[in-house]
Write a protein that binds this ligand. Structure first.
Ligand SMILES: Cc1cc2nc3c(=O)[nH]c(=O)nc-3n(C[C@H](O)[C@H](O)[C@H](O)COP(=O)(O)OP(=O)(O)OC[C@H]3O[C@@H](n4cnc5c(N)ncnc54)[C@H](O)[C@@H]3O)c2cc1C
Length: 493
């Protein structure tokens, strides 16, 4: 593609320096290069960032193995498949013989490195300069021409100085550690360390029942570990749709997971080949391994941010507006370091928006009400738009319909018992404002609802589009039909 000329200082090409090469950084780099800027990405660990190297891609690759095992395990009997060792389900963690975790983890790492390599290739092909090192803002502040200095501490100890007309900070976040639960990389682990395991943990204690905790707990349970999930809240997935969280917790328990609600872990100790997790009420749980999933900390320290006028909140996250501007002129921020909505897709969107704004292109401010997200458990939980909590607290007036998948013909054929489709629409206009799908591959099924929310489609429009018979997405159309009837009835009463 021919590069467009970018506006810049005194007619020259705009110099963009991006610190951090995750989705927030590398997507921005591609856009900025296409718009004709001179772009440098500085990254410490490798392009793709944590998303590709330690978080999103590795966890979903591990889950791909777990998914095959759960799908088989939970439906083979009903579907008439005979297995060699047909012992009763309660006597065996998994019907599949087992998993070679070393092999699974080698595949995980191979795919992650290959993806980082692909990203590096496409970014350099676009004309972006990639520098390995740790980036930070120079102490000099903004020069008269509006530019800033970025310093790069290279792995060989040298320091390079770059000049930027606009800087994008996209440094991501790292796992939070509790003072009395220090990871050792062998028995007490963060989510970035699990891929070094050669053998499946026999008894895994997962501390934290947010999205990361729930995904790993479900995955290791499916792989054959005996899992205890320690949650400080009443239920798992406190930030998700309550009906969806209830379905998942029920499935977890039914499959034999020990889900401990209202249990805050105070400390984790390694004793030989065992771990002991002490809860706030003094109770001690034992296991072979412990995975800590208690949130993350933004990578914003020692980068000269506050000195440059970039405001951070109490959690160290960078404050940004809807076009990714920080409080310092010429400094933008995107992704997990802003804490806006910690998803790879949102990081990428914030990064692109920053570049459109910095380079004077048409820009649409970030709209979080159209973000689609997914919890990669079995069943998956996909969500878009306004939520049940928004309706409950009066933030959005909406009519809601929830259809359990038990009544869906395709789900019956496939032996799917758990899950539902939920749609939210405005009472007067019928415009779809949100939805939740709990089903295998909900991440794929949410897209039509996502389109409807994004394009302000009405339930009538969603209902009138053909769906395949039989299909799980037939339930989305059926929910839309039911909302149309409900809306009419509400209007008449
Ligand atoms: C276990 C797990 C699973 C996840 N799964 C999903 C998922 O399925 N879907 C999804 O959308 N999101 C998922 N996420 C969230 C997603 O990974 C993040 O939202 C995403 O990585 C954010 O991208 P980013 O560009 O902000 O930062 P990152 O991907 O963290 O990249 C930041 C990069 O900056 C580098 N860096 C940091 N400081 C400096 C510095 N000073 N100088 C130079 N480089 C620096 C880092 O080394 C890193 O390479 C998951 C998160 C976790 C923890």
């Amino acid at each position: 593609m021919a590069a467009l000329p970018a506006y810049g200082t005194m007619g020259s090409v705009t110099r963009i320096v991006i610190i951090g090469g995750g989705p927030g950084g590398y997507e921005a780099a591609l856009v900025a290069a296409q718009l004709g800027a001179e772009v440098t990405v500085v990254d410490r660990d490798g392009l793709g960032g944590s998303a590709v190297l330690t978080d999103c891609v590795p966890s979903k690759t591990l889950i791909a193995t777990a998914e095959v095992m759960t799908t088989f395990d939970s439906s083979y009997e009903e579907l008439g498949i005979i297995v060699a060792d047909d012992t009763p389900p309660d006597e065996q963690a998994a019907k599949v013989v087992g998993v070679d975790l070393g092999k699974v983890n080698r595949r995980v790492k191979r795919l992650a490195i290959a993806q980082s390599h692909d990203i590096t290739q496409s970014v350099t092909r676009a004309g972006v300069t990639v520098l390995r090192g740790r980036g930070r803002l120079g102490a000099g502040g903004q020069a008269v021409d509006g530019s800033r200095e970025v310093l790069v501490d290279a792995p060989d100890g040298t320091v390079q100085s770059l000049r930027a007309d606009a800087v994008l900070i996209a440094t991501g976040a790292h796992p939070r550690e509790l003072p009395d639960a220090q990871p050792d990389g062998e028995r007490i682990l963060t989510w970035t360390q699990v891929y070094d395991l050669e053998e499946l943990p026999r008894e895994l204690i997962v501390v934290g029942s947010g999205v990361t905790g729930a995904e790993f707990a479900g995955a290791y349970q499916a792989l054959g570990s005996k899992v205890t999930l320690v949650s400080s809240r009443d239920r798992v997935l406190p930030g998700e749709d309550p009906d969806a969280a209830e379905v998942l917790e029920d499935v977890f328990r039914r499959r034999g997971m020990n889900v401990m609600g209202r249990s805050r872990a105070e400390s984790v100790k390694r004793i030989g080949d065992r771990v002991e997790v002490t809860l706030a009420d003094g109770k001690v749980i034992e296991g072979s391994h412990c995975l800590m999933a208690v949130g993350s900390i933004p990578n914003t320290s020692q980068m000269g941010l506050e000195e440059a006028g970039v405001k951070l909140n109490d959690w160290g996250q960078i404050q940004v507006d809807r076009v990714s501007r920080t409080t310092a002129p010429g400094v933008y921020a995107a992704g997990d370091c802003t804490g806006v909505f910690m998803l790879a897709s949102v990081a990428a969107m914030q990064g692109r928006i920053a570049m459109y704004h910095a380079l004077g292109d048409a820009v649409q401010p970030l709209n979080l009400k159209t973000v689609a997200s997914n919890v990669f458990t079995d069943p998956e939980i996909a969500t878009v738009g306004y939520t049940a909590a928004d309706v409950e607290c009066g933030k959005m007036d909406a009519v809601v319909v929830k259809l359990p998948l038990r009544g869906n013909p395709r789900a019956k054929m496939q032996g799917i018992r758990d899950g539902f489709v939920k749609l939210f629409c405005r009472p007067g206009t019928g415009i779809v404002v949100g939805g939740v799908v709990v089903a295998p591959r909900a991440s794929e099924l949410i897209h039509p609802i996502s389109l409807a929310v994004d394009a302000n489609l009405t339930v009538e429009q969603v209902a009138s589009a053909f769906t395949v018979y039989p299909s799980v997405s037939g339930s989305t159309a059926e929910a839309a039909r039911q909302l149309h009837i409900r809306k009419r009835a509400d209007g008449e009463s």
